[in-house]
Design a protein around this ligand. Structure first.
Ligand code: BT5
Length: 262
């Protein structure tokens, strides 16, 4: 793969700049840099390998050579579409779910806010970072990492949640670049729906552990337990606590773990 080939391969998608790196620190870092330099809406940065891939709160994201997808899209607001980082996170996760379900027959679910799970293993993560101008988002970078081949899965000792890959659950070889094109297609289809109620409905109906009891872990706060009810219009998680009242959680640096497995 190289930039020319990728540009041609993705030519029927209405993308901005398309660049490919065999090795890069982080596609999100490169995407932010390019956004600051004026890269147009829907510019794509993709890499075969990341040496400093990032998760939320500067956690690291493993994407070794020849095995994973790591890419970032520059998203710019327009008069009709404000940008919400929460909804963009949902957009990334939902696009991956859409394709794993429809193209590969896999029971993909979203572990709110930003993980895609199949059979209890995380196979993709989403990282949205915004650049602000005053109190408005000037551009956002939507980064997605997908474990495609088995060797993209980090060793379990390094993880706080089990991981898997598309090939492990699909049980057949998967063409990484076709998967990239499919996920980008799904993202572009969903993007105009971002402000609609239907978008939240679709995001909500793909949530993992819906109706189940989970624990919410946040740095510096007591764990909270409750049953997942769904999402509100802003993409906040609605939990009903054991006392019966509803609590809302903003994505931020929140970790979610299932408590009951029934
Ligand atoms: C995420 O963060 O899941 C967001 C990952 C986003 C990665 C993409 S790749 C393209 C773009 N460029 C970047 O630099 N980043 C984005 P979080 O929920 O904070 O999860 C991070 C945690 O997931 C780590 O602390 C590990 O425990 C675990 N992890 C790391 N690599 C993994 C992998 N390949 N598969 C599954 N889990 C992983």
């Amino acid at each position: 793969m190289d930039t020319n080939f990728l540009q041609e391969y993705l030519a029927d998608l209405p993308l901005g700049q398309v660049v490919f790196f065999p090795v890069l620190g982080s596609t999100n870092t490169e995407g932010k840099q390019r956004a600051e330099e004026g890269a147009p809406h829907l510019s794509l940065v993709a890499a075969d390998e990341q040496t400093a891939g990032r998760g939320r709160m500067d956690r690291s994201w493993y994407s070794p050579t020849g095995a994973a997808l790591a890419f970032s899209l520059v998203i710019r607001p327009d008069q009709n579409r404000a940008i919400s980082t929460a909804r963009l996170t949902g957009l990334g996760a939902l696009a991956v779910c859409d394709i794993l379900q429809s193209g590969y027959g896999l029971p993909a679910k979203i572990k709110w806010p930003n993980d895609v799970l199949v059979s209890g293993g995380k196979l993709a993560g989403v990282l949205v970072e915004a650049q602000w101008q005053g109190d408005e988002i000037h551009s956002a970078v939507l980064g997605i990492g997908i474990n495609v081949a088995r060797k993209s899965v980090p060793s379990q000792g390094e993880l706080d949640f089990p991981a898997t890959s598309v090939e492990s659950v699909f049980e057949a070889p998967v063409d990484r670049w076709l998967l990239l094109k499919q996920v980008l297609g799904a993202l572009l289809t969903r993007l105009p729906q971002l402000d609609q109620d239907r978008f939240i409905d679709d995001w909500q109906s793909n949530l993992a552990y819906r109706g189940k009891t989970v624990q919410i872990l946040r740095d510096g706060a007591e764990p909270e337990i409750g049953r997942i009810q769904g999402l509100n219009h802003a993409g906040y998680l609605r939990l009903s606590s054991p006392g019966g009242e509803e609590k809302l959680f903003q994505s931020g640096d929140v970790k979610l773990r299932q408590v009951d497995r029934t």
